[in-house]
Design a protein around this ligand. Structure first.
Ligand code: SAH
Length: 258
């Protein structure tokens, strides 16, 4: 049996506690245990416990956090479930591709499967915290599943892929990598650093951002940078900052000398 202990399901801002219970039940049916709730409207909740039936242990052990960033801070792979395609296209997986990817990575990376609000899904900022989006194919006239049903489909695919137990994923890329992938928290620090430097060298104007940081996020999400590569990039940024400071001081000094 596959081990999904490194996989968590994250539900963002769920309004109906019944959906939390239904999601917990779906998870337990499919062998997943870790549930993280980002600012649920109503939790703890008797309705959630009722709908969970024999999965109340998952509800009881659920962690509750304030932001999606906090929920994925320890994760090296983040996949967001979304019914809609967005303005900036993002790497997209089908549910079975999602399952293969998760299975291939879960032995050495923590993985988050993220689901949005019942009324509005995930917002753009949240979708950009994900390396991939997963879309469940539906009839085109009505593409939005009930939240608990969406959790079920994604967890079922994962369970099914676990039963098949693969060996079919590309081991060179996914399993034999020499470094861990950078976690959500490390990547967020990198983006802050990158933005600071891009502003300092006058490349980026926060008042006229033109989606630059979104595009940078998409670029680095696609690459799925590892910890060593991240350290190199942070080192380069730090050196750029030193040089800017030096040149700044030089020109100050030059001005003072003049
Ligand atoms: N009305 C919202 C959908 C909310 S459904 C919207 O249009 O975005 C609640 C959540 O279930 C979604 O945020 C998503 O995570 C998941 N979901 C529902 N339908 C899905 C689908 N077809 N593919 C992938 N995820 C889906």
């Amino acid at each position: 049996m596959s081990d999904f202990s490194n996989v968590k399901v994250v539900l963002v801002n769920t309004s109906h506690p019944g959906n939390i219970g239904a999601s917990a039940r779906a998870m337990k049916n499919m062998g997943l245990r870790n549930l993280t709730l980002v600012q649920p409207s109503e939790f703890p909740s008797g309705v959630a416990v009722g709908r969970a039936v024999s999965a109340t242990d998952i509800i009881e052990a659920a962690s509750v956090v304030d932001t999606l960033q906090a929920a994925v801070a320890d994760c090296g792979l983040v996949i967001g479930a979304s019914a809609r395609s967005r303005r900036i296209p993002w790497p997209m997986l089908s549910p079975d591709q999602c399952a293969s990817k998760v299975l291939a990575e879960a032995s050495h990376n923590r993985v988050a499967l993220v689901f949005g609000r019942e009324d509005a899904g995930l917002n753009n900022e949240e979708l950009q915290l994900c390396h991939f989006h997963v879309q469940i194919p539906t009839d085109e006239v009505y593409s939005s599943l009930n939240l608990g049903a969406a959790v079920m489909v994604i967890c079922y695919e994962l369970h099914k892929a676990g039963l098949r137990d693969i060996g079919t994923v590309n081991p060179e890329e996914d399993e034999l990598w020499d470094q861990e992938k950078a976690t959500g928290e490390q990547v967020e620090h990198f983006y802050e650093h990158l933005q600071r430097v891009l502003v300092a060298i006058d490349f980026h104007d926060p008042d006229n951002p033109r989606q630059l940081m979104q595009r940078m996020r998409r670029l680095f999400s696609r690459i799925r940078i590892d910890v060593m590569e991240m350290n190199i990039l942070r080192g380069i940024l730090t050196n750029i900052e030193y040089h800017i400071k030096d040149t700044g001081q030089d020109s100050d000094k030059r001005r003072a000398d003049e």
